[in-house]
Design a binder for this molecule. Structure first.
Ligand code: NAP
Length: 317
């Protein structure tokens, strides 16, 4: 099976890349082989990937030469950045440039770049409906990804732009789940008003990326927005209520209140939710659940994700 096309996966031990690694390994007749990139192949996660059948190689998005080595000989690559590890849009841009350079130099045939909207195209910096952050961003962890799109285009890298959605897993790992108030009641706090929030099981992002590689280079140049469902805060709270067997109230605070919560990144996330609320039609319209399901037939709905994961949501109190 030496003729299998190698996909180099950045973030292979993480949420998005991990889903792609598992999708490739679960489909041995699919014509693809996986090369998992990690900073430390000897870590427990690295060893687990090797035991599952992946080729595991060392690479760091801060180290262009390591990326070049890791991409050489591959057919394609999945590229993602790690904003919440450093909170720096400039680092995201530098890491995307390193990946795009390496993809060009290795002559890759197909790259899937995990991106998001540059919200400044909707909310210019002089629009004071939301504060400008870090000098020149509205939603730093979105804007740098969107700005980085052109780094792939300018280098002539054959790229499909994958617009991701809010992970429902944020309820487990990111502190975005229901919190118990002093009155003992659970509240899901999000500044989304009555607008719908596209969401997805994190595992399904990499699986959709696999669908893109399978469909092939006809998707180069396309922007593909993915979601497993689009739900209002009321609907998300109702789903949690049913899955947890305890009432969860939706608490739609205004975005300025959310920005003031004080945890690291609260201002960035407050602006993000406001953007998704204020431009609901554009944001939800860019993400197509049925298209996502064609790319990834195992796509989970919100209810399916809850049925498998509600027990892992920390509820406090
Ligand atoms: N949470 C959400 O709702 C959401 C929604 C859409 C988009 N996003 C975006 O998703 C991105 C993060 O993706 P993810 O959730 O898949 O990440 P993740 O689960 O945190 O995984 C990150 C993985 O990347 C690797 N990594 C970290 N720094 C690295 C470096 N310098 N060089 C090479 N590898 C490195 C780590 O692997 P090793 O330790 O093995 O090297 C780690 O396992 C963020 O930029 C975020 O903005 C998040």
């Amino acid at each position: 099976m030496n003729d299998r096309k190698i996909i180099a996966v950045v973030g292979a031990t993480g949420a998005q890349g991990g889903g792609l690694v598992r999708a490739i390994l679960e489909d041995p007749e699919g014509g693809f082989a996986v090369r998992a990139l990690t900073r430390d192949p000897d870590s427990e996660a690295g060893r687990r990937l090797a035991a599952a059948g992946a080729e595991v190689v060392a690479a760091d998005v801060d180290d262009p030469e390591s990326l070049r080595r890791a991409f050489t000989g591959a057919y394609g690559a999945f590229c993602v950045t790690f904003f919440w590890n450093h909170f720096s849009p400039e680092s995201e841009l530098a890491h995307a440039a390193n990946m795009a350079d390496a993809a060009r130099d290795a002559g890759l045939r197909h790259v899937v770049w995990s991106t998001l909207e540059d919200t400044r195209q909707w909310v210019p910096l002089d629009d004071d409906r939301m504060p400008t952050l870090m000098g020149k961003y509205k939603v730093p962890h979105f804007d740098a990804k969107g700005e980085a799109d052109r780094l792939f285009v300018d280098r002539g890298v054959p790229t499909t732009f994958l617009l991701t959605s809010f992970y429902w897993d944020n309820f487990i790992f990111f502190g975005s789940g229901p919190q118990r108030g002093e009155d003992g009641r659970l509240r899901l706090t999000m500044p989304m008003g009555r607008a719908k929030l596209p969401g997805i099981a994190a595992e399904d992002i990499g699986r959709a990326a696999y669908g893109i590689f399978r469909e092939g280079t006809g998707l180069v140049g396309q922007r593909i927005g993915i979601a497993g469902g689009k739900l209002t805060g009321e609907e998300m709270a109702a789903g949690l209520t049913a899955a947890l067997g305890e009432p969860v109230l939706y608490n739609p605070v205004p975005p300025e209140v959310y920005r003031g919560f004080g945890f690291p990144g609260a201002d960035d996330l407050g602006n993000m939710f406001q953007f998704k609320h204020d431009f609901e039609a554009d944001f939800t319209g860019a993400r197509d659940v049925e298209r996502t399901r064609r790319l990834n037939p195992k796509l989970q709905s919100y209810e399916e994700w809850l049925a498998a994961n509600a027990g892992r949501i920390p509820l406090g109190g």
